[in-house]
Write a protein that binds this ligand. Structure first.
Ligand code: 5RP
Length: 235
């Protein structure tokens, strides 16, 4: 399945392949979004088709839902599943405490709901995503379109006094138009460079009217499966 891959894709594939070892027959599994998660969905699909693995998957985006169906995974909604045994998803950054920045692919809202409704969350990533301090990757904040410029200004104002290095937000674009999430919202990417206290920042952001959710995953992730370019994996 992996064919001739670049070192970065080899790392993503290796992490995904190792993480699916945690999936057992009968599980309800949260299916993350992004290129690393797509490898995981393909690996699970292979296990379903070739080994008869019986699982039900709850996708975290329309594109993951499409891929899951394509590879033969039974797709159900979170409300049908009610609760999940395990979620496997990628990340844009993770630290030693398994705090994550997610949302580079724009799916942070469904990803956070699904991961929070799971007994266990496994993050799968190439080694470059591991950082000593979060924040080099712009932090995605999902906002409702109504009054988004005012919400963005309120967010930037709320950052004054917090230990971050930058404060500028930019509206995520898709060509000439704003990028629109699966929940019909916009995303403001915050260029913070350094997030000293991710827990505090996550709480502050979610108190601002117009903010739907932020991409900081605090106390949600349980295990990191990290792939390297030579195909080695660390758990
Ligand atoms: C999507 C996400 C992704 O998991 C994150 O952006 C990592 O993506 P990739 O595996 O392609 O590097 O949070 O919203």
């Amino acid at each position: 399945m992996s064919g001739e891959l670049s070192p970065i894709d080899k790392a993503k594939f290796a992490a995904a392949k190792r993480a699916v070892d945690y999936v057992e027959d009968g599980m309800r599994v949260g299916l993350g979004t992004g290129s690393t998660a797509a490898w995981m969905v393909r690996c699970l699909g292979e296990m379903v088709r070739e080994d008869g693995l019986k699982i039900r998957g709850v996708p975290t985006s329309t594109r993951t839902a499409e891929l899951a169906r394509q590879v033969g995974i039974e797709v159900i909604s979170l409300d049908e599943a009610k609760w999940l045994d395990l979620t496997i998803d990628g990340a844009d950054e993770f630290d030693a405490d398994l705090n994550l920045i997610k949302g580079g692919g724009g799916a942070l809202l469904q990803e956070k709901i699904v991961a929070t409704a799971s007994d266990q969350m496994i993050v799968i990533a190439d080694a470059a995503k591991e950082v000593t301090q979060l924040g080099a990757f712009p932090l995605p904040v999902e906002v409702i379109p109504f009054g988004w410029q005012t919400t963005k200004a309120l967010v930037e104002e709320a950052l004054v006094g917090l230990d971050v290095m930058g404060r500028d937000g930019s509206l995520r674009m898709n060509g000439e138009a704003p990028f629109v999430t699966d929940e019909s919202n916009y995303i403001v990417d915050l260029h913070l460079n350094r997030i000293k206290n991710p827990r505090q920042l996550a709480l502050v952001l979610n108190q601002i009217p117009g903010v739907v959710e932020n991409g900081l995953f605090i106390d949600i992730c349980d295990i990191a499966v990290v792939g390297h370019g030579d195909g080695k994996v660390e758990v």
